[in-house]
Write a protein that binds this ligand. Structure first.
Ligand SMILES: Nc1ncnc2c1ncn2[C@@H]1O[C@H](COP(=O)(O)OP(=O)(O)O)[C@@H](O)[C@H]1O
Ligand SMILES: CC(=O)OP(=O)(O)O
Ligand SMILES: [Mg+2]
Length: 374
């Protein structure tokens, strides 16, 4: 007979702007959670019936599920941590859909599908911004009038918190350290950077919404706000058109007609090269800012679809920075196309650490179940 603890299972559901990632876990007798299955569907191909079939075939059983942990990106001022996924929560999340139009509406849709697929399982929603909830005031405050800041809860929320938190956790596990200054780079469909000191984030590039910061697949990142005023007042773009442009038609897509870094790197034309160049300059700008903020860094960590799989992008980001003390091991970097890798040379700690967002989801959900929230 199987050990009863082995029978305990959990699911993590990670809705990103380009994909739906489902991870199944089984609890080992040692109490640690081990991955049982992992699947990543492009959002357009994710189908609840097929997911249910895959989970059943993989031995996932509803009566064995401790919980299903869902990622939600933006809960506004009222939802900033984890919570049981009930009617009240769904209603609240619905009211903040406009804050993360690429994420919240599909996340709500998939939460409802999972509630239908697993009606008796405990389902927990975990905030992607939770890691940044206690950003220092100077890092989270926008220099805008106080009455507006208060009325509309304007602050830097920060996103990809599961990813940045996972990179910090893994770096500590590997190095045996619990203190240090990290610059973590989550480069996927959405992209962000964070400065972390002793496990606490000091700064991050995403802001009030996931539009700020780095150039992304379909988002521009930092822009002059005057440009948006001009487009609205002089060029006649209405709010809906601006929203559509900023969330779906900007970034790499606008620069070179594709939001997929693989496609751009395989091309040899001027537009594709310019897009990659602008992308890399943006990441470098934040690394520079965070080196200054942290007073140097003990390690630089890459993650996300691009950060994990694209040595050329990592090399292009770091090449001009070599005199600052971040020399890449060229061969090690070139060979690092999936999984963890140590890619620095001459004592520089530069790593690829695929962020285990699913584990972070599960750990936060467990904390919520134990009454601690997170
Ligand atoms: N080998 C690769 N496999 C998957 N994605 C890759 C690869 N190389 C580059 N990418 C880029 O990573 C992006 C997806 O990153 P990911 O972190 O999975 O996205 P999401 O934001 O949906 O979680 C793709 O849009 C693509 O541009
Ligand atoms: C917050 C965000 O942009 O997430 P993703 O990269 O998964 O789309
Ligand atoms: Mg993601």
């Amino acid at each position: 007979m199987a050990h009863p603890l082995r029978e305990q299972q959990a699911l993590a559901v990670n809705l990103g702007s380009s994909s739906l990632k489902v991870t199944g876990f089984a609890r080992e007798p040692s109490h640690s959670w081990e991955h049982l299955l992992y699947r990543n569907w492009p959002l357009s191909e994710a189908d609840p019936e097929k997911i249910a079939e895959l989970l059943a075939d993989s031995g996932i059983r509803e009566d064995q599920l401790l919980c299903i942990a869902h990622r939600y990106v933006h809960g506004g001022a009222l939802l900033s941590r984890s919570a049981v996924l009930d009617g009240d929560f769904l209603e609240q999340l619905e009211s903040t859909a406009a804050l993360a139009p690429l994420h919240n509406p599909p996340a709500l849709k998939w939460m409802r599908k999972f509630l239908r697929l697993f009606p008796s399982a405990t389902q927990i929603a975990v905030a992607d911004s939770g890691f940044f909830a206690d950003l220092p005031e100077a890092a989270r405050r926008y220099p805008l009038p106080a009455e507006l800041v208060i009325e509309h809860a304007l602050r830097r929320y920060g996103f990809h918190g599961l990813a940045h938190g996972a990179m910090w956790r893994r770096w500590c596990e590997i190095t045996g350290r619990s203190r240090g200054r990290l610059i973590t780079l989550q480069l996927g469909a959405g992209c962000s950077a964070a400065a972390i000191k002793d496990g606490k984030p000091l700064a991050t590039s995403m802001g009030f919404t996931p539009l700020e910061g780095l150039v992304m697949g379909r988002r521009a990142g930092d822009l002059d706000p005057g440009l948006l005023l001009y487009l609205q007042q002089t060029a006649g773009l209405e709010a809906a058109a601006l929203d559509e442009m900023l969330n779906r038609r900007a970034g790499l897509m606008a620069l070179a007609g594709s939001d997929d870094m693989r496609t751009l790197l395989a091309r040899d034309d001027r537009e594709a090269k310019l897009a990659v160049d602008i992308f890399c300059r943006g990441v470098r700008k934040y690394i520079g800012a965070y080196l200054a903020e942290l007073g140097g860094a003990d390690a630089l960590i890459f993650s996300g679809g691009i950060g994990e799989h694209q040595p050329q992008v990592r090399a292009q980001i770091l090449a001009p920075m070599e005199p600052l003390g971040f020399p890449l091991d060229a061969a090690g970097n070139a060979a690092a196309t999936s999984g963890e890798a140590d890619i620095g040379t001459a004592g520089a700690d530069i790593r690829v650490l695929p962020a285990d967002e699913a584990r972070e989801l599960l750990l936060s959900a467990e904390q919520q179940l134990q009454g601690g929230g997170s």
